[in-house]
Design a protein around this ligand. Structure first.
Ligand code: IPM
Ligand code: MG
Length: 354
């Protein structure tokens, strides 16, 4: 298992260090794990003047899987766009062809009170959002800011999806649904956008190959509403890049704890980049108070999707459940009566439980 480790910025290095402890513990049990480090985001800019340095690209291309912390920091906010940390993230996604982004929204029974919604609405919630990650208005050309004849400036971006891009992510969606509740809701804006009309047509066509899966379609505005009205109606949500960006943030908050949510971004051969859904949280960086569980759970997803080791994935997830049952909490998921611990102590607790 060749893993490229990219700690990134902000709390990235501290949370990744805990996930690495988990990997080291697994290696101690006999797994052949090789890890090598490189810079991404602001760390890449600081080290090599590039948020996605060539050395990082080379390492990531050669690896089976990439473990990423997070990118971004206030000190980079004024850099020209190509040098910003987020560009590192977008370029590694595109460069590695990681078109299928899996973002689970799972409510842990131990944390059901953490949601801002009523506990009965979210208890037992288990949604998988599949976001297309390398197309859409994120990468569409042309884009820019131009000056019109009247001297006024105009910003423009292009929303684009080709049939093959829609088809390959739709297949992933149906395959995931087959392994779960066999329900797939495709989210688009087909009442307004031509891109979405094609999206809906292709998804409907692909559905014929998966007769066991119940397919529904929903407009994105309605989906945003349904997610907070009755989130348990969803099993797998399949959607494009920009809608998925927005809906996955919304869905993460249903669980009340974005610090718990992992993600996987896969290419066509199950090579993947694994990262927590939360950001680099520069305000709490270096204080040893960040929650490392989303990153540790990202390692579980890595074992499941890239290395096809469901057994190890479940072992990690069980260890995380165990520390929650022991009442151990980082600040973001703390409730009275629980024991508040830091990032390092949480990592240690998971390794012990493992
Ligand atoms: C995400 C983030 C990124 C995105 C940003 C940081 C570029 O919001 O992973 O959801 O928009 O994809
Ligand atoms: Mg986002």
């Amino acid at each position: 298992m060749k893993i490229a480790v990219l700690p990134g910025d902000g709390i990235g290095p501290e949370i990744v260090a805990q996930a690495v402890k988990v990997l080291e513990a697994l290696r101690g049990d006999g797994l052949k794990i090789e890890m090598e480090y490189a810079h991404l985001g602001g760390a890449g800019y600081d080290a090599a003047g590039d948020p996605f340095p060539p050395a990082t690209e080379k390492l990531a291309l050669a690896a089976d899987a990439v473990l990423l912390g997070a990118v971004g920091g206030y000190q980079y906010d004024t850099l020209p766009r190509p040098m910003r940390p987020e560009q590192g993230l977008l370029r590694i996604r595109k460069g590695l062809g990681l078109f299928a982004n899996l973002r689970p929204a799972l409510v842990y029974p131990e944390l059901a009170n953490a949601s801002s919604l009523k506990p009965e609405l979210v208890a037992g919630l288990d949604i998988m959002i599949l976001r297309e990650l390398t197309g859409d208005i994120y990468f569409g050309q042309p884009r820019g800011i131009r000056t019109l004849d009247n001297g006024e400036r105009q910003g423009f971006d292009t929303m684009l999806y080709s049939e093959s891009e829609i088809r390959r992510v739709a297949h992933v969606g149906f395959q995931i649904a087959m392994k779960r509740g066999k329900k797939l809701c495709s989210v688009d804006k087909a009442n307004v956008l031509d891109t979405s009309m094609l999206w809906r047509e292709i998804v409907t066509e692909v559905a014929k190959e998966y007769p066991a899966v119940a397919l529904s379609h929903m407009y994105v505005d309605n989906a945003a509403m349904q997610l907070v009205r009755a989130p348990k109606q969803f099993d797998v949500i399949l959607t494009g890049n920009i809608f998925g960006d927005i809906l996955s943030d919304e869905a993460s908050m249903l669980t009340g704890s974005i610090g718990m949510l992992p993600s996987a971004s896969l290419d066509a051969h199950n090579k993947g980049l694994y990262e927590p859904c939360h950001g680099s949280a520069p305000d709490i960086a270096g204080k040893d108070i960040a929650n490392p569980l989303a990153t540790i759970l990202s390692v579980a997803m890595m074992m499941r999707y890239t290395f096809a080791r469901e057994d190890i994935a479940q072992r990690i997830e069980t260890a995380v459940r165990k520390v929650l049952q022991q009442g151990l909490r980082t600040g973001d998921i703390y409730e009275t009566g629980m024991q508040k611990i830091g990032c390092t102590a949480m990592g240690d607790a998971v390794v012990t439980a493992l």
